[in-house]
Design a protein around this ligand. Structure first.
Ligand SMILES: Nc1ncnc2c1ncn2[C@@H]1O[C@H](COP(=O)(O)OP(=O)(O)OP(=O)(O)O)[C@@H](O)[C@H]1O
Ligand code: SF4
Ligand SMILES: [Mg+2]
Length: 370
């Protein structure tokens, strides 16, 4: 039984002409034992945070279901709910938002231990906190006793990760965890995530705008475009040999030497005419696609399985369809194939900027209405 699973999950915000399909028919099961890092990438408005919120139970699907240990998350209550809240942790983009300015950091770290009854004594609590801080590369002596405004953005972000770690989660859903910190700290924080996965077997869903960091730390990569999966598979293969025209546009439009460029913005800038067009039928990418065919405008392409990747494009229509559009089998094969080999911060391919791109500054909000 899968640990956390989405089955045909669709999330629509609004109604009628104003409706936005934030996520469409997304099926994927996260295996708690695989301890994989799966990256979800896409432009602003592609549905990444919606997926995170659905998996965390912060919002309910319009169609389909999110299952926690086989049970619809909407029906999970009591002790099971508490287990879910401990096992699935979230790390968000802006750690400052979760801090109460009137409490010292100690309070933020002590509360989860108390709430979940994870310590036997005050000294046990203290030990656990110190260990968690040290794991993410922070010196407890420097950090404890301080107020949030006395910490840097990178320190706050790492404290958020340490806080998640205290609960010994099975899965951490990290939504743009490094986009608010500068490039020098980004590598340190990403190294912390890798360490957690290696030492504690924690699985990660790493949500990002940034293909470079996705490439560096994840085994699998899911590319979303306007709420739908465009391509998914081994991160290396997707980035080095993209098959979907959208992924090709993303990878091809990354400026090589300029570390201040974000690929999300680059793509918006490089978009062909009609990029923001509303697609009510057929392939969402058709208005931007250089290979568009008549069939593309009629029915949305299913996912085709090409090697170890799934590609939602009619250019791949000679390949078999992914049964039920479920990414699980495609990505699980990848995980097993990888043999759980610990990744280190990998050398990015030549087409990617060598430094991580700058933080998100804008939200172009590519959205699909129907
Ligand atoms: N509460 C909401 N009400 C209405 N529309 C929403 C709501 N939340 C998200 N949306 C819309 O759903 C789409 C997907 O949004 P989402 O936040 O998931 O995108 P994202 O990929 O996380 O973008 P970003 O990279 O900017 O964070 C967008 O078009 C967004 O405007
Ligand atoms: S299905 Fe058609 S329009 Fe969509 S990406 Fe493929 S070729 Fe382009
Ligand atoms: Mg988001």
């Amino acid at each position: 039984m899968a640990f956390l699973e989405t089955r045909g999950v669709t999330k629509i915000y609004g109604h009628g002409e104003q409706a936005t399909v934030a996520l469409a028919d997304f099926s994927y099961a996260i295996d708690e034992n695989a301890a994989a890092i799966v990256a979800v990438a896409g432009e602003s408005g592609s549905g990444k945070s919606t997926l995170a919120r659905l998996l965390l139970g912060f919002t309910n699907p319009t169609r389909g279901e999110v299952l926690y240990r086989g049970k619809d998350l909407r029906l999970v209550s009591g002790q099971e709910r508490k287990d879910f809240r401990r096992e699935v942790q979230a790390v968000f983009q802006d750690p400052f938002g979760v801090y109460n300015p009137f409490y010292r950091v100690d309070h933020l770290l002590t509360m989860p231990i108390k709430n979940f009854g994870l310590a036997t004594s005050r000294s046990d609590t203290r030990n656990q906190i110190e260990t968690a801080l040290a794991t993410v590369g922070l010196n407890p002596g420097e950090i404890l006793g301080r107020y949030p405004h006395q910490l840097s953005g990178g320190q706050r972000q790492r404290i958020t990760i340490a806080r998640a770690l205290l609960l010994r989660p099975r899965l951490i859903i990290a939504d743009e965890p490094v986009s608010m910190v500068d490039a020098s700290l980004r590598a340190t924080i990403l190294e912390s995530l890798l360490k957690l996965r290696q030492e504690f077997g924690i699985a990660f869903l790493y949500i990002t705008h940034d293909l470079t960091t996705a490439y560096q730390i994840s085994e699998q990569l899911i590319i979303l475009y306007q709420g739908a999966v465009a391509e998914a598979g081994p991160a290396r293969d997707v980035i080095r040999g993209p098959r979907h025209p959208y992924t090709q546009l993303l990878v091809g439009s990354i400026p090589s030497p300029d570390p201040d460029q974000r690929w999300g913005n680059e793509v918006a800038g490089a978009a062909v005419e009609g990029a923001e067009a509303t697609v009510r039928q057929g392939c969402r990418f058709a208005p931007r696609c250089p290979h568009v065919m008549p069939i593309c405008r009629e029915t949305a392409p299913p996912l085709f399985q090409v090697g170890e990747t799934a590609v939602a494009c009619y250019l791949m229509r000679d390949a078999p369809e992914v049964p039920g559009g479920d990414l699980t089998a495609v990505l699980r094969g990848t995980i097993q194939g990888a043999g759980h080999a610990p990744r280190v911060i990998a050398e990015p391919p030549a087409t990617l900027p060598l430094s991580a791109p700058a933080p998100a500054a804008t939200s172009s909000g590519a959205r699909r209405r129907r």
